[in-house]
Design a protein around this ligand. Structure first.
Ligand code: AMP
Length: 224
């Protein structure tokens, strides 16, 4: 199963990607997490990416495409993968198509979670993240079991610097200008599934699982 999650910042992509990963046991590749790790480790990529992330801008296509190429060609992605936060420009989507075509692979679904801008602004204040795993919580909608700590790793949760209101507003503009055209790209290919991201986490997940299970049955029938 090869799945992409799209949607504006704070739409719930990371949360849904995580749930799907746990269900399907295939790698989840979050370009935002990869960049944040690179920044934390002080690598060359991290140094170049930091200002873009702090400002809520996209890093250059060439930088992210190299990272994704390297990751997707690892053995654990052979059975499938979940992309969270990639592609974010049409150039990235075209490049991904080329990589997949080279390996005779295709995408199954591009799930887009839709959430109104004002709901996103309201959500960002309560959003928290576990820096090492990228697990996402929300103080009201998805609180950790122990306040301020990740349920799985126990690490301290942070409020991402790019989740401050002014940066989120800028990320919404960037999304509208640079990422929204990617939706049309996948719509034309018949891959886009648009879901209401304002229903509960469980609700969105169960809708996603219906699509995924139907596709799995189709594939099994085809193989059998
Ligand atoms: P995210 O965690 O997906 O919200 O991404 C956080 C930040 O990482 C974004 O605001 C961008 O600065 C950068 N980033 C993540 N993925 C990409 C991508 N595919 N293309 C360009 N920049 C990205």
């Amino acid at each position: 199963m090869r799945v992409i999650f799209m949607g504006p910042p704070n739409a719930g992509k990371g949360t849904q990607a995580q749930l799907l990963q746990e269900e399907l046991q295939i790698p989840k590749l979050s370009t935002g997490d990869i960049l944040r790790h690179a920044i934390a480790e002080g690598t060359e990529v991290g140094k170049q990416a930091k200002t873009f992330l702090d400002n809520g801008d996209l890093v250059p296509d060439s930088m992210i495409i190299d990272i994704v190429h390297e990751r997707l060609t690892k053995a654990d992605c052979a059975e499938g993968f979940i992309l969270d936060g990639f592609p974010r420009t049409v150039a990235q989507a075209e490049d991904l198509d080329q990589v997949l075509a080279k390996h005779h692979l295709s995408l199954d679904f591009v799930f887009c979670l839709t959430v109104e801008d004002e709901v996103i602004i309201e959500r960002q204040a309560g959003r928290r993240m576990a820096p090492s795993s990228g697990r996402v919580y929300h103080l009201k909608y998805n609180p950790p079991k122990v306040a301020g700590k990740c349920d799985i790793t126990g690490e301290d949760l942070i409020h991402r610097p790019d989740d401050q209101e002014d940066v989120v507003r800028h990320r919404l503009d960037v999304y509208a200008q640079q990422t929204a055209p990617v939706l049309a790209y996948y719509q034309q290919k018949g891959l886009l599934v648009t879901l209401d991201g304002t229903t509960s986490i469980e609700d969105v997940h169960s809708q996603i699982m219906k699509f995924v299970n139907t596709r799995t049955q189709q594939k099994d029938a085809h193989c059998g």
